[in-house]
Design a protein around this ligand. Structure first.
Ligand code: DGJ
Length: 746
């Protein structure tokens, strides 16, 4: 015992020397103040400060507005017990608290040692600063459990990325039961409001708002996948904060599996957000020498309200998260206008039918034709064929080639739907490999949509799926995959794995899912991918590292989509938000809307068409052709611009409006919607945001009307201060106006 304490002290001394050396070499955006033993990460208008206190704990000190370089960083301080019920071990806001000593909050790390010890107390050992990355080494007070905390800050947005690597350097295996990526501490206050995104299949992305009180709120998935119910995103604002002003702390976890984000306020009004792997049914066995890496938890701060929080996140995703394709190394490509066959044909796909749709889609300016479910194996319904990824010879007697050639001859590229993780029991694959699915031996296998989940954690399954997709992409000229997953885990047993290792499944499955995506992109650098899980069931910053776009919801009703898209936009960029124009009445709720209304709703994101074009009249093709041409003129602004949610469709408002401003300011696009006009009430005047007050802008009406007397051209100051009055009456009306900046004559 004494010997191990001595070695821990020697370690601390060495750490101090290393830290002194590192302190001399602090990078511009990361500094270490050797006198106060505090670190600062700084970018944009954000400073994030933490330090080493006299007990050696890593203590959070400030996360908020930018500090001046002339100020010394505040020192960490253990302080005093408040009472016997509030010892300092619980009062110190630790950066990464182990569950040990007297600590009652949500731990970042909890382990069980084989001798029954469950006490883990982490102390600072050393750190390194390497360009934009800070790494801090922590270690338990007596046992060789080491944790490396990694910090990065994005210079443009001030968004921090944090993760941890937990290493077992003891001589015996131990079990990790909680492993968070990060714990974020906010300034103590009693007026926080928590925003989160929740929903269900066909009703995703509803923005919830709740006052924080002394309790823990849990946002989580226990489903093995991200899920529709809660998205791994949060925002915390103060009472006085609004859409456009006031402090907001926000974050998103980059993980596509079971996760937990715990938002706690304690009795002293201190607030902490801890997020990472979901500890439910989690027990990660770490062998001696083994390590567990957590996902990255990204978080940011702004004083510009919820609107600026989402604009920062959007920019960060485009600049730092989304994949680059081979022919666009400087940034993600703009999303092409796509057609998808699902709502038109369901499983009833075949070469003549799809070719006909392709011809019609090309006529209106579609750039990518995607054939959805039904093209393979015995897939005539959702009852059979899933897992058998060979082209159905009755539907496509000459393979996919003739259809792909047809699509390409019409000037479009070709995309294909796949659902690689799943299998119908009525399939050749399942008959060959019944042990490849998640299951507990001798127990029932719960089916959902008549399918079971292949255990991607198994290397043979992972390799099989990669090889099937690799062959598909090698043998066919495919530009795009829509990767679907229509159910979540059940009976998550892992046959062939040692019992004590089986609960690693929650990590291994997702890592192998990412492995397949990464390798596919490396082997086929031109191919783009969409993440879909029965709609928005797998949207997160983890999957977005490997996918170019996501399917937010199977709900394609254009009015429902307004609130779905409003919620979505709080966390994710319009560039990745696919939105199809489908048939009216809508399949889900039988609501009837005009084609123009459907288009304007979808044009707020990445535009797609999902209607049965064989039912369209000549004038529908004309409207669609015109609006797709308009969309191509504004898509850079919509997909990459700064989004302002001017009027939210939430809380039963009959109106909604969004505005996008191009990053270079040359254009702004307004979309305004009226749900249902009542008692002759006029549309509220819309004051634009984010324009240059001195510049002049000329308007172009894409659809709808504005009130008589509206000037065609005016200054940014006019549009922002006086505003514009859309002229809408009735139900489900929409207006869109483009504001083009007039370049000053030279
Ligand atoms: C669910 C998806 O969300 C739909 O768009 C469609 O691809 C079906 N699966 C196909 O089975």
């Amino acid at each position: 015992m004494i010997a191990s304490m001595r070695s821990a002290l020697a370690g601390l001394f060495l750490a101090g020397v290393l830290a002194l050396l590192a302190g001399a070499a602090s990078a511009e955006s990361i500094r270490y103040d050797t006198s106060s033993r505090a670190f600062e990460l700084k970018a944009g208008s954000v400073s994030y400060v933490f330090g080493v206190n006299e007990r050696g704990e890593l203590q959070a000190l400030h996360w908020g507005g930018r500090l001046s370089d002339r100020d010394a960083l505040p020192p960490a301080n253990v302080g005093r017990d408040r009472s016997s019920f509030e010892p300092t071990t619980n009062l110190v806001m630790q950066e990464y608290p182990g569950w040990g000593a007297a600590f009652y909050g949500e731990p970042a790390l909890k382990v069980t040692f084989p001798d029954g010890n469950r006490d883990l107390v982490l102390r600072y050992v050393s750190h390194t600063i390497d360009g934009q990355q800070l790494r801090v080494q922590l270690k338990d007070i007596s046992r060789e459990v080491h944790v490396e905390l990694r910090y990065e800050i994005d210079p443009a947005s001030g968004i921090l990325g944090r993760s941890a690597r937990i290493q077992n350097r003891t001589r015996t295996a131990l079990n990790v039961e909680h492993a968070a990526a990060a714990a974020w501490s906010l300034p103590a206050a009693e007026d926080y409001r928590l925003y989160s995104l929740s929903g269900r299949w066909a009703g995703e992305w509803q923005l919830d708002e709740a006052k924080l009180t002394p309790r823990a709120t849990v946002l989580e998935s226990r489903r093995g996948m991200t899920g529709h119910q809660n998205n791994p995103w949060f925002a915390l604002a103060r009472d006085a904060s609004t859409e456009e002003s006031g402090p907001v702390w926000f974050g998103a976890l980059a993980w596509s599996g079971s996760y937990r984000i715990t938002v706690e306020q304690d009795a002293l009004a201190r607030v902490r957000v801890t997020g990472g792997y979901n500890p439910f049914d989690f027990s990660y066995r770490l062998q001696p020498g083994g390590a567990l890496e957590t996902p990255v938890f990204y978080a940011g701060y702004t004083e510009g309200g919820l609107g600026e929080a989402s604009r920062l996140l959007h920019r960060f995703q485009v600049d730092r998260i989304l994949p680059r394709v081979a022919n666009s190394p400087s940034g993600p490509r703009l999303r092409p206008v796509l057609y998808n066959s699902w709502e038109a044909t369901q499983f009833d796909v075949n070469e003549p039918g799809q070719s006909r749709l392709a011809e019609m889609a090309a006529k209106i300016g579609v750039e990518r034709f995607v054939m959805d479910d039904g093209w393979f194996g015995a897939r005539n319904s959702d009852q059979a064929g899933l897992g058998d990824w060979t082209v159905n010879p009755k539907k496509f007697p000459n393979g996919l080639r003739p259809l792909i050639d047809k699509v390409k001859s019409q000037g479009m590229d070709f995309g294909l739907w796949v659902e690689p993780e799943m299998v119908n029991p009525d399939s050749d694959l399942y008959r060959r490999h019944p042990q490849w699915v998640l299951n507990f031996p001798g127990r029932p296998r719960t089916e959902a949509r008549n399918q079971l989940v292949l255990n991607l954690a198994r290397t043979d399954v992972r390799d099989y799926i990669f090889n099937v997709l690799d062959r598909l992409l090698t043998e066919n000229d495919i530009a795009f995959l829509k990767w679907d997953a229509n159910r979540n885990f059940s009976e998550p047993g892992w046959s062939g794995q040692r019992v004590e290792e089986q609960q690693k499944i929650y990590v291994a499955y997702v890592e192998n899912f990412y492995w397949i995506l990464r390798r596919l992109r490396e082997s086929h650098p031109q191919v783009e991918i969409e993440s879909c899980s029965g709609g928005g069931g797998r949207v997160d910053l983890g999957v977005l590292q490997f996918t170019d776009q996501v399917w937010p919801s199977d709900n394609t009703d254009p009015f429902d989509r307004l609130s779905i898209q409003d919620g979505f936009s709080h966390a994710y960029a319009p560039a990745v938000m696919m939105a199809w124009v489908t048939d009216s009445p809508n399949w889900l709720n039988q609501r009837s809307t005009s084609l123009e209304y459907r288009f304007l709703s979808s044009m707020q994101g990445s535009l797609g068409i999902g209607a049965n074009l064989t039912h369209w009249k000549e004038e529908d093709f004309e409207v669609a052709g015109r609006l797709i041409r308009e969309y191509k003129n504004i898509r850079q602004t919509v997909q990459r611009g700064k989004l302002y949610r001017l009027i939210s469709p939430r809380q039963g408002s009959p109106h909604s409006a969004t505005q996008s401003v191009a990053q270079d300011g040359h254009q702004a696009v307004l979309f305004a919607f009226l749900h249902s006009g009542t008692r002759g009430s006029p549309h509220p005047r819309i004051q634009l945001r984010g324009l240059d007050p001195e510049a002049r802008y000329r308007t172009r009406i894409v659809a709808g009307k504005v009130q008589q007397g509206t000037p065609e051209e005016a200054s940014g100051a006019y549009w922002m201060s006086r505003g514009i009055d859309p002229d809408m009456k009735g139900d489900f009306q929409a207006t869109s106006i483009v504001f083009d900046r007039i370049e000053a004559a030279h």
